[in-house]
Design a protein around this ligand. Structure first.
Ligand SMILES: [Zn+2]
Length: 258
């Protein structure tokens, strides 16, 4: 863990989301210019594995989960650094906007179009953002649901509304990474259920922090489609890099003109 000045640690503990300025790199804690993208210093930005060259077939993600991304996520989840949600969501937004602009450019048939005249190109593709819910007991312990914070911050940046209460979590799950495909499905049975939000006919973004096998996102997606959602795309901050060689570059479908 990088050096984080005492004042930041105290402020972080007092109010997890409070992050009045961006004068420290979220990865190494060194001072930065306030305007630095993603609140990363130049050195850390070089170290990060941005997934601009492709993503897992099971969903979109801003980065690959290597050493530096892992450090950031562990502090975000377990060391009360809720304010990391802003810079992390900024990375997710930029990645989605890249795909959206490409699809709009292809759809418009204009090779020079870069989407810059659109204030919110993602609205053409999505109607709402939902988060993978956290079990209540874990929520009480941590004080926040990391996926929900990312979803809310992403919503602010891409102009697609965040829908609270779309899903509920009925059970805690054991860590899925040690389980086989079949065991995972078994473990996830009945874990998620429909919440009170009306997602009928909507094209949704489902947000989680890490995309591992896609089993959790798949279980949530099944529920949302069962509630009438038209489509569900998973979007995460990072994806485990084990099968990075199988990454795909598929983007969004070209939106129908309406
Ligand atoms: Zn740094």
């Amino acid at each position: 863990m990088g050096p984080v000045p005492l004042i930041r640690r105290i402020a972080g503990r007092a109010a997890g989301l409070l992050y009045p300025d961006r004068i420290y790199c979220v990865s190494c804690g060194h001072p930065i210019d306030p305007g630095m993208p993603y609140a990363l210093c130049g050195t850390c930005r070089e170290r990060f594995s941005f997934a601009s060259d492709g993503h897992k077939p099971s969903g979109f993600h801003a980065t690959w989960y290597t050493l530096w991304e892992k450090e950031l996520v562990l502090r975000f989840k377990y060391a009360n650094r809720a304010y990391y949600a802003g810079p992390m969501a900024e990375m997710m937004a930029d990645m989605l906007l890249m795909y959206a602009r490409e699809a709009v450019r292809v759809g418009s048939g204009d090779a020079t179009f870069d989407g810059t005249e659109e204030t919110a190109p993602l609205r053409r593709f999505f109607d709402g953002i939902v988060a993978v819910p956290l079990h209540e007991e874990r929520f009480r312990k941590r004080g926040y649901n990391q996926a929900e914070l990312l979803a809310r911050e992403l919503s602010k940046r891409v102009g697609v509304p965040y829908l609270p209460d779309a899903l509920v979590r009925r059970k805690k799950t054991a860590p899925l990474k040690t389980l086989s495909e079949t065991e995972r499905r078994e473990e996830l049975r009945g874990v998620f259920g429909p919440g009170e939000a009306d997602v009928g006919g909507m094209r949704l973004i489902l947000v989680d922090d890490i995309l591992t096998t896609g089993a959790t996102a798949g279980a949530c997606g099944d529920i949302l489609r069962g509630m009438g959602a038209r489509s569900v795309k998973t979007v995460a901050f990072a994806a485990t890099a084990k099968d990075r060689k199988n990454a795909v570059t598929d983007g969004f479908d070209v939106p129908e003109e309406s």
